[in-house]
Design a protein around this ligand. Structure first.
Ligand code: SF4
Length: 406
């Protein structure tokens, strides 16, 4: 764990009122200011001549790498995590999703084409297969073809990778093999935990490996971990296994074959887990137009929480007529959260409608608010006396039916 400013401060003269208290030799006005800077890595431990040995040792421990970040290609990184749980801060590099492909397969080109053509878009982000785990007798030529599609190659046999893959049947075997590789001077390592145990046991071992890295900083286990899911499981079992491994704690998951539905589920889950909790996904606050709306088209209202926006936008796009969607600047919060945090007030809605130039686009003065905010109707009516405020649906999927009845 990194030390906080308060944890550092208690070792300094300022906390003990001993010699040196607030002496400014470190360049900071007080010991507390220095402690805060040190915690943020904006100062060096050598700047204070009164640092006790115990704090120096704690700093040495804290400066050890928790999990190495390994470059799988020019653009694909794995590992580099420094917390056990996303809510502690955030996760860094999304789990790499790779597909196993045999370079000797007579349908290699066709399969590669299928994999490279796969793409889904969700909440404004596009997802493609990150890497191919390559096996077989034709690695060199196959690797070139894969790279030409901007897909990374992972292989035990490729000569041009900058990292080595260390395999083991369990955590003990991996630890021993990794310690040996480190002693031989290997720096960039990917650990492969083989799928030879029940899934529950694999997840337990992945958790132990991640704890050993993040909390104990135990060098042989501070590398990203790959798990290959075997193909003798049906696609539902593979989906379940990949989902669990994504949550706990595989850095690279190799799927045994291409399956578009499986990938869609996994990418959706991955997006949820790797969204930075401190930065909610949000879209631009403005008036969005769907299907070339005319001046009498219906007008709906929501916040700029990306998930809400894309759910509503998907429904409005599917309608056979045009519509407007007013999206308020609500710090990327969902409607109820925004309302409870004062980020979706009647004044804000009235200001948004006015400032976004909606009045010039439409003749109608009727606006549909989210069903979850029906309690705001009177308040909104007061703030927008020229408008008819209509309570809409709770779920986005109910919008088409609702608009047909309006
Ligand atoms: Fe405090 Fe050390 Fe800075 Fe002096 S040099 S103010 S003792 S932190």
């Amino acid at each position: 764990m990194n030390l906080t400013g308060m944890q550092i401060f208690k070792y300094l003269p300022g906390a003990k009122k001993s010699e040196g208290t607030n002496c400014k030799q470190c360049g900071c006005p007080t010991c507390m200011a220095y402690a805060l800077k040190l915690a943020k890595k904006q100062a060096q431990i050598q700047q204070c001549p009164y640092i006790p040995q115990e704090l120096k040792e704690k700093f040495n421990e804290a400066s050890k790498i928790q999990q190495h970040e390994i470059k799988l290609s020019e653009t694909l990184l794995t590992g580099g995590e420094n917390v056990m749980y996303r809510h502690d801060k955030t996760f860094v590099n999304p789990t790499v999703i790779a597909i196993s492909l045999d370079s000797s397969d007579k349908n290699f080109d066709e399969k590669l084409e299928q994999i490279s053509n796969y793409e889904i878009e969700r909440i404004g982000e596009k997802f493609k297969v990150d890497a191919i785990y390559l096996t077989g007798n034709n690695i060199g030529e196959a690797a070139e073809k894969i790279k030409s599609k901007n897909i990374a190659v992972i292989s035990h046999d490729a000569n041009d990778t900058s990292y080595v893959i260390i395999k083991g049947k369990n955590i003990d075997a991996i630890e021993e093999a990794a310690a040996k590789a480190i002693a031989e001077g290997k720096k960039d390592i990917v650990l492969e935990l083989e799928y030879h145990q029940p899934l529950k046991k694999i997840v337990q071992e992945l958790t132990l490996i991640r704890r050993a890295a993040i909390i104990k900083r135990h060098e042989p286990l501070t590398y990203p971990v790959m798990v290959k899911i075997p193909e003798n499981i049906n696609v539902y079992g593979i989906t379940a296994a990949a989902s669990v491994l994504l949550c706990r704690y595989a850095n690279i998951i190799v799927l045994p074959f291409f399956d578009a539905a499986l990938l869609s589920s996994i990418f959706t889950l991955r997006q949820n887990i790797y969204t930075n909790p401190q930065k909610p996904l949000q879209v631009e606050a403005k008036v969005y137009e769907f299907n070339e709306p005319d001046k009498n088209a219906p007008i709906l209202l929501t916040t700029n929480f990306a998930l809400t926006y894309f759910a509503v936008a998907g429904e409005l796009e599917s309608l056979p007529f045009g519509s407007y969607l007013v999206v308020t600047p609500s710090d990327g919060m969902s409607v109820l959260t925004a309302w409870s945090a004062d980020k979706f007030t009647a004044e804000l809605v009235a200001r948004s409608v006015k400032n976004f130039g909606l009045l010039e686009k439409v003749n109608t003065r009727k606006i549909i608010i989210p069903g979850l905010l029906s309690h705001m109707r009177d308040e909104l009516q007061e703030a927008m006396p020229d408008w008819e405020i209509v309570t809409g649906t709770i779920e986005a999927c109910q919008i088409p039916e609702f608009l047909k009845q309006e």
